[in-house]
Design a protein around this ligand. Structure first.
Ligand SMILES: NC(=O)c1ccc[n+]([C@@H]2O[C@H](COP(=O)([O-])OP(=O)(O)OC[C@H]3O[C@@H](n4cnc5c(N)ncnc54)[C@H](O)[C@@H]3O)[C@@H](O)[C@H]2O)c1
Length: 392
């Protein structure tokens, strides 16, 4: 096992900070089996963003190019948390330099680039993983367990939406999120998470149909300075074209069951609402990211006068929580930032060479990242062809 793991995060934006914080707490989840984790560098072309994040999360330095991180001998593990169109160049450069890479979702903004990244990963001796963070959410993992152990049983149908409103204000600044081909907007940004969760529960997608993409705000003001995440930066009078989708809908057929999906970045009032309900042979379950510490569960068979959905508060009896959170007690709560910490822990365990049976479930591989992009590409193809069925 490695005697020390040196860590860097490329991108000090909205999600980059979550990765930076996650590596900081990863060792403190569960028993201390990891070798010492050294927080080495935050890399961001914006030196101010990088330096603030490095200081805040206790990293030794910040760098302003990914090449500096690739060349550094004291770095073993790198999270790539920058715009999707930049993933390929940086990931390939890091793999060539022998770094282990955790790349944010979606793996890329194009399938050919994602396939090239996977080929580079396969040729390297490095571990290359994708950050599908929601597989770490205890409520989602528990619903999967209920399906797979037969408590809920076979999935009949899934109804999911990921509504966000970061693009709802037409005066919100243009950023990388609003540029790219059809399907690279809300569908890639939040639809990548929802489609991944659906397959996590229902098995592999077989076909999609009824695809619809819509851009409702087709021009946005250019920012006067740097924009971080969904921030409302100061804007000027000059406008830029929005070239991708604000909204997407589709239906899908899975290994078991079918599903209906809606994703949006213009759903005013829903800053971050990943919500789904899954209907199965023995009952149903509901999850809502706005209440990540609970699920709702309905099991058939009880007396109809008293049976109905009930709230199940997550605690040490559920995946990830027992022995993980510092206060190991029922109803302590769990949030999206915690999921990044469990993801970092799982990645570091793999890099440290800890046996899979003694580790958290591994992070998704690049092959899963490609499959996810194929799923989303099928939705875009369906949308371009008046909702026709596209098989995968
Ligand atoms: N897993 C999740 O829940 C989640 C949440 C948000 C974003 N993401 C993903 O994370 C990635 C980044 O999204 P974000 O919202 O943090 O973006 P962001 O715009 O907030 O931050 C991107 C950062 O990258 C920096 N940057 C730009 N070019 C660079 C380069 N060549 N080298 C180094 N730094 C560079 C920018 O200065 C900026 O600080 C995307 O792939 C996105 O899909 C995942």
């Amino acid at each position: 096992m490695a005697t020390e793991i040196g860590v860097a995060v490329i991108g000090a934006g909205m999600a980059g900070k979550a990765h930076a914080a996650a590596y900081r707490v990863a060792s403190s989840l569960y028993n201390p089996v990891l070798p010492p984790v050294r927080l080495v560098s935050i890399g961001d072309v914006n030196a101010e963003f990088g330096s603030i994040a490095a200081k805040r999360f206790g990293y030794e330095r910040n760098d302003t190019s990914w090449q500096a991180i690739a060349e550094a001998d004291d770095i073993d593990v790198v999270s790539v948390v920058i715009a999707n169109s930049l993933h390929r160049e940086v990931v390939e450069g890091l793999l060539a330099a022998g770094k282990h890479v955790l790349c944010e979702k979606p793996l890329s903004d194009s399938l050919p680039d994602a396939r090239a990244m996977a080929a580079a990963a396969a040729e390297s001796d490095s571990i290359a993983r994708v950050g599908f963070t929601f597989r770490r959410t205890p409520g989602i993992a528990y619903i999967r367990e209920l399906i797979q152990t037969g408590v809920l049983g076979e999935v009949f149908h899934f109804s999911g939406r990921y509504w966000t409103d970061y693009g709802a204000d037409p005066q919100g600044p243009m950023s990388w999120r609003f540029a790219g081909p059809a399907g690279s907007g809300a569908l890639a940004d939040v639809g990548s998470h929802l489609s991944y969760v659906a397959e996590f529960l229902c098995g592999d997608v077989k076909s999609v149909s009824g695809g619809r993409l819509s851009t409702v705000i087709d021009r946005r003001p250019k920012p006067l300075g740097a924009v971080m995440g969904h921030d409302h930066a100061e804007v000027g009078d000059e406008l830029a074209d929005v070239t991708n989708d604000d909204y997407a809908a589709f239906s899908a057929e899975f290994a078991t069951g079918v599903g209906g999906f809606e994703v949006s970045r213009v759903a005013a009032g829903h800053a971050n609402s990943l919500i789904f309900e899954v209907f199965c042979a023995n009952g149903s379950a509901r999850f809502d990211q706005r209440r990540p510490s609970e699920i709702e569960l309905f099991l058939t068979g009880g007396p109809s006068a008293t049976n109905g959905y009930r709230q199940v508060i997550l605690g040490p009896a559920h995946p990830y929580i027992a022995g993980g959170l510092a206060m190991d007690a029922p109803s302590v709560g769990f949030g999206q930032n915690d999921a990044f910490a469990y993801q970092a822990r799982a990645f570091l365990e793999e890099v440290a060479g800890i046996d899979e049976n003694d580790s958290l479930p591994r992070c998704a591989g690049f092959d899963e990242g490609i499959h996810n992009l194929e799923f989303l590409a099928a939705v875009a193809e369906s949308a371009q062809n008046e909702g026709k069925k596209v098989s995968l």
